[in-house]
Write a protein that binds this ligand. Structure first.
Ligand code: UDP
Length: 333
């Protein structure tokens, strides 16, 4: 008899590694991570019993070998590129990796009779909000190749359900942030482009300053508003989505956010207050493709999966990010 396991693609990345830890340590699942370690870090896989297979999601031989060796009950799919700017200059890289490569995993699933798939989707599939907060039935009209590369996979998954019964949960993340509160694992992107780590790195003196992209938005303080969601809340949603599918749930999309918007200036003020440091700020032009406000309506995730954010106060998110960045590893693996 083959050992049962959950296959986590991209499990050595930021959100993946936090989820792997929850699946292994809290849910007691056997986890196989498939990661090419281009952006992921093998050191982030800290739980005993997790097996790392170094390889590409698009490599049919590597994927088949996993399905041959284990009884894969479900696939949790993180492996993707996530730089919006890069997706504009190099769209084919994004369509190849985020849209085309996962087809290999879906083919293997069809072949081996695995019918549960949890997908890291994104609020970037909505594009510019027409109504706020964003609910799952808001029109999806992404404004960059990154968002389109994810939306296309959602559509493919819908077709797979119709054709051969593959059921999936599409988790549309808002702004993933924070780190494991024990400081053991965290966010280590190269390059780092996200606001909270950049602000904290500026406080540490690792960066000269933080550039605030635009102060003339139609928001109370003129800077962009985002819905920052803790990485542990995201991880927990994957465990709950797995439970939902194992109980026979049908394909569904769920927003993962707190439902609360926080501005760029507010993040800077909170970071200064929590660390006692000072953020050198430079106000610059708007960044292309940034909507003024993105806030989730998270009620459907609660109704469908029983999930809601536990880290509702962004201070706690910034606090955990600071613990990782100011800890023994200094924010690096
Ligand atoms: N932002 C900023 N300076 C930076 C990075 C981000 O002002 O160096 C702003 C950005 O315009 C957005 C918010 O911070 O309004 C969050 O950006 P991030 O890149 O973290 O996530 P995104 O919303 O793009 O997914």
């Amino acid at each position: 008899m083959k050992e049962s396991a959950i296959l986590v693609t991209g499990g050595a990345g930021y959100i993946g590694s936090h989820t792997v830890r929850m699946l292994a340590e809290d849910a007691g699942r056997k986890v196989i991570v498939l990661d090419n370690l281009v952006y992921g870090h093998s050191e982030s896989l800290v739980s005993p019993g997790v097996t790392l297979v170094r390889g590409d999601v698009g490599d049919r031989v590597a994927v088949d070998a996993i399905f041959e060796a284990y009884a894969i009950e479900a696939v949790v799919h993180f492996a993707a590129y996530c730089y919006v700017g890069e997706s504009v200059t190099d769209p084919l890289k994004y369509y190849r990796n985020n849209t085309a490569a996962p087809l290999t995993v879906l083919e293997a699933m069809q072949c081996h009779g695995c019918d549960k798939f949890i997908f890291s989707s994104t609020c970037a599939t909505y594009g510019n909000p027409v109504t706020l907060p964003l609910s799952e039935n808001h029109p999806q009209d992404p404004i960059n190749p990154y968002g389109r590369s994810k939306l296309m996979l959602e559509q493919i998954l819908r077709d797979c359900e119709r054709a051969f019964g593959l059921r999936s949960v599409w988790l549309r993340y808002f702004n993933a942030s924070g780190c494991s509160p024990d400081g053991l694992i965290g966010e280590d992107h190269d390059p780092e482009t996200h606001l909270i780590p950049l602000v904290l790195m500026a406080i540490k003196g690792e960066r000269e300053n933080i550039k605030v992209f635009g102060t003339d938005y139609p928001t109370p303080d003129g800077t962009c508003i985002r819905d920052y969601i803790h990485v542990l809340d995201l991880g927990r949603a994957h465990v709950m989505a797995l439970d939902y599918l194992e109980k026979g749930g049908a394909t569904v999309a769920c927003n993962l956010g707190t439902g609360k918007g926080v501005s760029v200036k507010e993040i800077i003020a909170i970071a200064e207050e929590l660390t006692g440091g000072k953020v050198p700020v430079e106000f610059v032009e708007r960044r292309e493709g940034d909507p003024p406000e993105l806030v989730a309506d998270p009620r459907f995730a609660r109704a469908k999966l029983g999930w809601e954010a536990e880290y509702k106060d962004v201070r706690e998110i910034v606090r955990t990010a600071w613990k990782w960045l100011s800890g023994p590893r200094g924010g690096r693996y």
